[in-house]
Each structure stands twice: as C-alpha cells, then as structure tokens.
Design a protein around this ligand. Structure first.
Ligand code: HEC
Ligand code: HEC
Length: 385
C-alpha cells in the first residue's frame, strides 16, 4: 500500500501536548469560550501547518506567487478583510501583494503567519478553501464570502503539485495536475488511484441523513476524515475499513466537530435566481419527476434522497463504478438535489456538464421514453430546486 505523502505519517509524529490541564494553585481557570462554528469553518487549520508548511513547504511556494496567478488557480480574496484603498492600489502582479493579503487574512481558506520582514513562516488551509466562493462584487475572484459554496474555480491538484515535495515524484505531480478546477480526490493519498470527484457543496446539509457521494457517514464523520487524513489536521481518526489509525494529542479536530456541524447545517442552499427557469414548465416537470420519469423513487422526501434507507449500485443510474469501489460502502448515495443551478457539473465525477445532459442520460439508461418537451420540462424543474 502506498502511503507516500499522507498526513498519516505526520500525525504519528505530532508533538505531545504540553499539558495545560494541571491545576496550578492560585490560578483561576476560566471556562473555555464556546467554539464558534463559522470561525472554525473559515479560519481553523486544525494544526495542519505541520503538513502544508513542514512537508509541502507552501510557506515558500506562496511567496513566489502573484495574486494574478493565485486568482487564476481559483483562490479567492475576501474583500471584507482588505481596506478598499489597499485593494484599489494593489499590484496584482507582485508576489509581495499575495503575502500582504495573507497577512490580512484575506485569502479565503488559507491561514499564514507573516513575519515583520515579509517572510511567510507558517502556512495552513481551512475548510473554506474548498467549500467557499466569493460574490465577485469587487472584481472576479474578489468579493464577499459565500460559505458552503463549492470552490468551482479552485484547482487543488494543481496547487498541491506546486510543492517542491513533488520535485522527485513526477508521476504523482502529473496526476495532481490532471484533476482540474473544482475537482479533488479525497482517497488518492490512501490508495494512489487518481479518480477525482466534484467538490460538493457544504450547504443544504440539514436533515440529509448521510454525506458524501457514497454515503460514508454523517457530516461529522466526514469532516473528521477530511480534516485529519486530507488537510493534515492534528486529530484522532480511526477507520479500520480503510486501514486508518491516527491519534493526536492534543486533538485539535474532535472538540470542534459539533460547532462545525451546527454551522454547516445553518447554511441554506442558495435559491435559484428569478427568471433562471420557466416556472410553468418546472411545474409540468415536477409531475414527470414524481411520475413517468420515476425520479422521486430515489430522490424522495424534502431532501430529494433515499439515503436514510438505501444506497445504489452504479449500474442503477449508469454511473462510473470506480469511485464507489474505493470507499467503504461501495455504492452511491442518491444525491440530495439542492441548488442544482449553482453547482454544475453533475454526478460525482462531473461527467455531465448540464442538467439537460443528466436528463438525457436517465432517459437512456432507465429507458424512460421521454419526449423532447418532457425532457425540457424536467430540466426546468431541476433548475428550480
Ligand atoms: C481539498 C478540498 C477539500 C477540503 C479542504 C475540504 N473538503 Fe469537503 N469535500 C471535498 C470533496 C471533493 C468532497 C466530495 C467527496 C465525496 O462526496 O466523496 C467533499 C465533501 C464534503 C461534504 C459532503 C457534502 C455532501 O453533500 O455529501 C461536507 C459536509 C464537507 N465536504 C465539509 C467539509 C469540511 C467541514 C471541511 C473542513 C474540515 C472540508 N469539507 C474540507 C473537498 C474538500
Ligand atoms: C435508482 C435511484 C435513482 C433514480 C431512479 C434517479 N436518481 Fe438521480 N441520482 C441517483 C444517484 C445514486 C445519484 C448520484 C450519481 C453520481 O454521483 O454518480 C444521482 C444523481 C443525480 C443528479 C446529480 C446531482 C449532483 O449534484 O451531481 C441529478 C441532477 C439527478 N440525479 C436527477 C435525477 C432525475 C431527474 C431522475 C429521474 C429522471 C433521477 N435522478 C432518478 C439516484 C437515482
């Protein structure tokens, strides 16, 4: 088994805690402030600097990257964190501007420590890197944060490949560079197979019984999996079915999971813009969805999923089976349909660019015999969700 750059290795060498639990006479211990889920989601690295700095050396990489290049690989700037005059006068071709933005905590999903002389000393990532966008209100890639929106423009594989860690691993670097924007493979560092999936939205999760394309578990299970095995966060995660046993003390992940869950559940799906679909056609499409097209057999209930009771074989829906074979469940979860207008492409591996393509696919693999106008109606309904 290949366990090359996996954070597993680094979790094992995590530094033992300096115990601050011992009560010292005469010192009053204040209660811990409540953990704020939004702060965790946006700014917490869970100590993953041990991976992104000490192993991947991103503190060095980032100092060579201009904001222009950073924006081109899909990084976003939180306009609220930058004084307007600074933004207006910023030289977006100068890597020093990138470092200045990092110092202001303005690059979404990235936390860096910048020394007085402009050296980046520590670099880490947060959940927001892959699960936030901005509204482009200042310029493309610069605006107000949209938490939970999948980072469609972000090219995590390309970004990771920039690490000097891969200088002597050209085959791995080539795999990373093949993934493309909006895609990431959360098992690649475990099984070495390169088969990326679409970065999913982290909104509209309330009352969805199981997360991930393959229904691996509830939100907090998956949050811990990603934080510890992918981001390199320092926490404890044990999953015998995937041969993972990581212990960290202190555990910088587990105590934050409830607040992180509450924050994710508070993120509603964005509603489709008015006039982005034909309302009457959508109503006809709903009748088809619940009837002739047989969609609601699986996409059932308020969340449009039967994930609480059933998972599906790839062939039932004509999906590529490979990704499922790499997971514990080996099956696909009926995707809860939420804000479909917002997050093309569709299916776990993004094989369908448009909702029309999805409808055509179902018509074919499930032999639905839909007429052209029926397909259009169904498509309008999907756009309305
Ligand atoms: C490097 C990019 C990346 C980072 C960082 C990341 N995720 Fe994800 N996330 C993904 C991908 C890709 C998926 C889809 C995986 C799947 O479903 O099999 C996903 C799936 C999810 C899902 C499941 C959504 C659904 O509908 O099934 C949730 C919830 C989630 N992530 C939350 C988080 C949280 C919280 C963090 C921080 C602890 C985080 N993610 C960090 C890429 C990322
Ligand atoms: C047998 C159960 C089943 C039926 C019937 C079914 N679906 Fe699905 N649907 C799924 C599963 C499972 C997935 C996940 C496939 C993947 O990610 O590869 C999915 C994915 C989707 C997606 C992609 C969502 C996303 O965010 O990527 C759309 C859209 C969709 N289905 C619409 C429909 C429509 C419309 C119908 C009726 C024509 C339908 N489904 C019928 C189980 C079903």
């Amino acid at each position: 088994m290949r366990k090359f750059f996996t954070p597993l290795l680094f979790a094992a060498v995590s530094v033992a805690a300096c115990s601050d639990n011992d009560s010292v006479p005469g010192v009053i211990t204040l209660p811990e402030p409540p953990i704020d889920g939004q702060t965790v989601f946006r700014y917490d690295t869970y100590g993953d600097e041990v991976f992104w700095t000490d192993v991947l050396r991103f503190n060095e990489v980032v100092a060579t990257i201009s904001p222009e290049t950073a924006l081109a690989v899909g990084l976003k700037v939180d306009a609220d964190a930058v004084p307007a005059d600074v933004l207006a006068n910023a030289d977006l071709t100068d890597p020093a501007t990138t470092v200045a933005l990092l110092g202001l905590d303005a690059v979404v999903g990235i936390k860096a420590d910048v020394a007085a002389d402009g050296t980046v000393t520590r670099f880490g990532i947060t959940c927001a890197l892959c699960h936030s966008d901005v509204d482009d209100s200042v310029a493309p890639g610069i605006g107000v944060r949209l938490d939970g929106w999948p980072a469609k423009d972000l090219d995590p594989g390309l970004i990771i490949s920039l690490s000097p860690f891969f200088d002597d691993k050209p085959a791995m670097r080539a795999q990373l560079q093949s993934w493309g924007p909006g895609m990431y493979d959360p098992y690649w560092n475990l099984d070495g197979i390169s088969d990326p999936v679409v970065i999913a939205p982290a909104y509209g999760l309330k009352d969805v019984p199981l997360e991930t394309y393959t229904g691996e578990g509830p939100v907090s299970y998956w949050n811990a999996y990603v934080a510890i095995t992918q981001m390199g966060g320092q926490g404890t995660f044990v999953e015998p079915a995937l041969n993972i046993e990581i212990h960290a003390d202190p555990d910088l992940v587990t105590p934050k999971l409830p607040a992180l869950l509450a924050y994710q559940e508070s993120l509603d799906s964005p509603v489709p813009p008015l006039e982005s679909y034909d309302m009457e056609a959508a109503e006809r499409g709903k009748v088809l969805f619940d009837g002739k097209a047989g969609c609601s057999g699986c996409h059932s209930g308020d969340q449009f999923t039967d994930a609480g009771t059933t998972l599906h074989e790839a062939h039932e829906i004509g999906a590529d089976p490979l990704y499922a074979t790499r997971t514990i469940t080996k099956k696909y979860r009926t995707t809860p349909l939420r804000a479909l207008w917002q997050h093309p492409p569709y299916y776990h591996n993004g094989e369908f660019e448009t909702l029309r393509d999805v409808v055509e696919h179902y018509d074919l693999v499930r032999n639905l015999g839909l007429a052209d106008d029926e397909k259009s109606d169904l498509e309008e309904y999907l756009k309305s969700l």
